[in-house]
Design a binder for this molecule. Sequence first.
Ligand code: ADP
Ligand code: GLC
Length: 487
Amino acid sequence: MSKVLYVSSEAFPLIKTGGLADVAGSLPTALKGLEEDVRILLPAYPEVMQQVKKARPLASGTYYNLDVTLLEAQMPGSEVTTWLVQCPAAFDRPGGPYMDSNGQPWHDNALRFAIFCKVAVDIALNRLNLDWQPDIMHGNDWQSGLVPALLHSHKQRPATVFTVHNLAYQGLFDYQTFLDLELPAGLWQLDGLEFHGQMSFIKGGLVFADRINTVSPTYAQEILQAEYGYGLDGLLQHRQERLTGILNGIDDTIWNPATDPHLKARYDQDHLDSKLLNKAALQKQLDLPVDATPPLIGMISRMVEQKGLDIILQAMPRILALPVQLVILGTGEIRYEMKLAEWARRHPERLKVIIGYNEPLSHQIEAGSDLFLMPSAFEPCGLNQLYSLRYGTLPIVRNVGGLADTVVDANKKNINKALANGFVVAKQSPASLLATLKRAVKLYAQNDSWRQLQLTAMNGDFSWQASAGHYIDLYQQALADRDKAMV
Ligand code: ADP
Ligand code: GLC
């Protein structure tokens, strides 16, 4: 058994902008089930404080002249102890965890997450006298990138593991910010935080962590190439023997059509007909013609380039000419929101676009749709295609990252072997997307084949069981690497 501090900038249900929250809300529980002594460290945003019960102070201190209190709290529905970094000047403000309500990054993000990392480091080195010192510091994405960098030179330190959920977000700031944060001067070098004249938070994790992993085996390979590496591919190649890919799991207590409280009708493999009731309910709720015949295609997504919105928009006139209905829920870049909303205004009988973040509706779309659209240009893991598989809603994906590791195309060969569970778009182009959609529409009309695809999808095992075990192995490797480095 190891003591693990899981450091994350979001965790469901307390605060969520994307899949990292789902992972941080479920992996620690799975690890606890395997006897690891895990605690989560999270910033005390207002949404978090509103939901936690019985927050009690454990320690306090001053970071960059700002008052900080470490709180212990209970996450609703979780038995994992949650520690919160309460720093009103940094985290107690309306808006998102990373951006203000206008979609602009907070001007003081470097300071906010430097505070977060420094508290993590003080816990790691037992400077807060907590009577609990982790063996493993497990950081996630750039917001915790400084932790391995700041721990690296300490003799008595925990082993560090750094998970890359998305290499596209790197936490880049100018040199003056590096100086303002009073970080050790030695970190300003190529083998440190410097990245083309800027300070890179994510490099702190990539350069200094004892072990690095990403959230799917294929993405772990892709980021070694220039196309997906964002200029960090050389560094990652250099550390290749420390880099692995572990596929994310899903939380079966939250994403399970047999128990999901948000659904009109619950269903499983043996009661698939009830799925249709969810389709009708969704059509009714969204004011679409209530009709079982056209396949209903759902999409739930951050509206950013990564998610393939450009090819969807380019293909839109031709998609809307197919006998389908399309429902898109999401929020993100205004240019995508506006173009999609405009298409929806012009085609109210075929397309609904809901701009915003809506957890219950996301479950209803997963259950009520026949197909799920996710033609991402890159996808480190992707959770929505996993939820879709679980809900018998066949995903339409690109052959990248975690999508490639989880979706098997419904071509003849795969159908005959009963392996097919979705549709793979051959190229990142509107024509290729359209060809795949046509293929899916055709198969949808063949009830028996469709049912077989749904059953294969639903019978896939994407629980945390296996993946959590891989994390435990990774922790052991990190401990061994740390011990070697200390000799
Ligand atoms: P990413 O983390 O890149 O956004 P994932 O597929 O890993 O992609 O995870 C996205 C998560 O965020 C899923 O749980 C999805 O349901 C949720 N999500 C995204 N946008 C919305 C939205 N507008 N409303 C509700 N849930 C959303
Ligand atoms: C990131 C990735 C997504 C992944 C999620 C959780 O947001 O974009 O592919 O599923 O992190 O690991």
